[in-house]
Write a protein that binds this ligand. Structure first.
Ligand code: THU
Length: 130
């Protein structure tokens, strides 16, 4: 299954009674395993989780820790950009040059990378003096 197919399929299951905005995300590990996730909202709005966070949680739960490539899809006018928090979450498990494809359900894609999404990222090295 392609990352696009996985992301589009899981997007259908998004629980979005508050925003109505369904997002799907899929990750591939270096070994080829694919993990997917959708956004899950909550009546206490800040408790909702993004699609990327769900896909990362599935990957970690399966015992994998490296994202080789990611794909995010939504029904948006332009390819959907991950929120700030999700950029940091992706950077935790992906190399700076890992490809991230942002997409619309209409088929428009924007190919970018973790480094482009999160320039100047806070990383482990910033805590070396601790
Ligand atoms: N959302 C995601 O799932 N991923 C993103 O990167 C952008 C935003 C979700 C969160 C919320 O359920 C809805 O989109 C509207 O913000």
């Amino acid at each position: 299954m392609t990352l696009r197919d996985a992301a589009a399929a899981v997007r259908e299951n998004a629980y979005v009674p508050y925003s109505g905005f369904k997002v799907g995300a899929a990750l591939r590990t270096p070994g080829g395993a694919v993990f997917s996730g959708c956004n899950v909202e909550n009546v206490a709005y800040p408790e909702g989780t993004c699609a990327e966070a769900g896909a990362i949680a599935a990957m970690i739960a399966a015992g994998e820790t490296v994202i080789a490539e990611a794909y995010v899809i939504a029904d948006s006018p332009d390819p959907v950009p991950p929120c700030g928090g999700c950029r940091q979450k992706l950077a935790e498990f992906a190399a700076p040059d890992a490809v991230v494809t942002l997409a619309t359900t209409d088929g428009v894609e924007k190919v970018t990378s973790v480094a482009e999404l999160l320039p100047g990222a806070f990383g482990k090295g910033h805590m070396d003096a601790v």
